[in-house]
Design a protein around this ligand. Structure first.
Ligand SMILES: [Zn+2]
Length: 198
């Protein structure tokens, strides 16, 4: 993928995730591997207004190449660590409310099982239970990167950061977004089932 087409895909993805309500304020960030390095969404930009010029080139560890008008998101280092560890080519970070509430309810990992939407994260609809890892939040990006990578499960394309939000990844941005949509549905489903009267 060329840098320009990767930058345009990053912008479209940011706009879409904002429209879904998961990037309120200037929260959230998106990254995609363009073949040379990692493009990361710029820091502090409203994601409804983000365009291809806000895709910041980094060296693959989240350090920006010199001479660019924008700084990458502070979480660039976390994206880089996830992609390096998972082999994925794109990652999204959103403050989806469902993920934060689910992590509060199940702080040791969010259990998902026996529902069709699990196929959206590459798992079986039935008889294939999943535990989504949950890690504690940190303002230290090296520390947060380490926690996320240590918690990652090769069969689960996401980690929730408690009291914060969700990281999800995929072979490209479309897959990362599709998985995020499925995960939001799955977390909401688990929470609503849990609140049903017994
Ligand atoms: Zn965040």
């Amino acid at each position: 993928m060329s840098t320009q087409s990767a930058a345009e895909a990053l912008a479209r993805t940011s706009n879409r995730l904002y429209a879904l309500g998961w990037m309120r304020g200037t929260s959230g960030n998106v990254s995609v591997w363009d073949g040379d390095g990692l493009l990361v969404s710029a820091s502090g930009v409203d994601k409804s207004a983000l365009d291809a010029t806000h895709a910041v080139a980094t060296d693959g560890r989240g350090e920006p190449a010199p001479g660019q008008p924008h700084r990458p998101s502070a979480e660039a280092q976390v994206h880089a660590a996830i992609l390096q560890s998972s082999g994925a080519k794109a990652a999204v970070h959103v403050h989806a409310l469902s993920s934060v509430v689910a992590a509060a309810r199940w702080p040791n990992g969010v259990p998902l099982h026996d529902v069709e939407q699990l196929k959206g994260i590459g798992r079986g609809a039935h008889g294939d239970p999943v535990i989504v890892p949950v890690v504690a939040n940190s303002q230290d990006m090296a520390d947060l990167s380490r926690r996320v990578v240590e918690a990652m499960d090769s069969g689960v394309p996401c980690v929730i950061v408690a009291e914060h939000g969700l990281y999800a990844w995929g072979a490209d941005l479309s897959e990362a977004v599709d998985r995020t949509e499925s995960l939001d549905w799955l977390f909401e489903h688990a929470l609503r089932l849990d609140s049903l009267p017994t």
